[in-house]
Design a protein around this ligand. Structure first.
Ligand SMILES: Nc1ncnc2c1ncn2[C@@H]1O[C@H](COP(=O)(O)OP(=O)(O)O)[C@@H](O)[C@H]1O
Ligand SMILES: [Mg+2]
Length: 209
């Protein structure tokens, strides 16, 4: 009998391979488990509205504080409507971005106060944290090459300097919480997948036996 759901988040700068890995993990786990996939910001009616605001290339004037609070608002709604109920029903929840994005982007990227952001995160999540966070680590240059053909959204237009700060922020978070956050170095898809699934299978075995 499964006692409680498992919560996995995927983090990393744009182009690090989160969406690609998400699909693979999802397909692999679906054969044996109930899997709920969510992406940030979004996933509920209200959160998708907030996503449109945040990613719209026309909204260049958005203040860093506004941005941080909007992300947090979208997250709070996603937890209430989707993540918490799914975990209560023994699902594996895979989130494409979660609270670490707030620290990496709005904290290290935009320079907002880290204490404020941690408190904002705690307020919105009610203390809920992923059991496992896979951080896909890649240089911004390499990520940009991968995404060269795609049309950039508002945040992706920030450029290499911004992405470098975000990457360093992620690495700092991983160093501070090495138990939860596992760094996966960007390389060929097969190796990334294998490493990710090893971490996930390890967690499932530890939790559900
Ligand atoms: N391991 C990999 N090696 C090379 N290219 C990759 C790899 N993983 C993803 N890609 C490609 O890089 C681009 C960005 O990947 P994506 O999964 O959309 O990243 P993210 O969701 O983190 O922005 C896509 O075009 C994808 O096909
Ligand atoms: Mg993606």
């Amino acid at each position: 009998m499964l006692a409680k759901g498992i919560f996995i988040s995927l983090e990393g700068i744009d182009g690090s391979g989160k969406s690609t890995l998400h699909q693979v993990i999802r397909q692999s786990l679906l054969t044996e488990y109930k899997v709920i996939s969510v992406r940030e910001p979004g996933g509920t009616f209200i959160s998708e509205k907030i996503r449109e605001l945040l990613l719209d290339i026309k909204n260049q004037g958005i203040a860093p504080e506004t941005e941080a609070i909007l992300y947090a608002a979208a997250r709070a709604q996603l937890i209430k409507e989707i993540i918490a109920p799914a975990l209560g029903h023994d699902n594996i929840v895979i989130a494409d971005r979660f609270m670490d994005s707030t620290i990496a982007y709005q904290g290290f990227g935009r320079g907002l106060d880290l204490k404020f952001l941690h408190e904002l995160n705690d307020l919105c999540t009610g203390g809920l944290k992923p059991d496992l966070t896979l951080l896909l680590d890649i240089t911004p240059e390499e990520a940009q090459k991968r995404k060269a053909k795609e049309r950039p959204d508002r945040l992706e237009k920030e450029g290499i300097g911004f992405q470098k700060k975000v990457r360093q922020g992620y690495l700092r978070l991983a160093a501070e919480d090495a138990v939860r956050i596992k760094i996966i170095t960007a390389r060929e898809q097969e190796a990334v997948q294998k490493e990710a699934l090893q971490y996930i299978k390890g967690l499932i075995a530890a939790r559900w036996g």
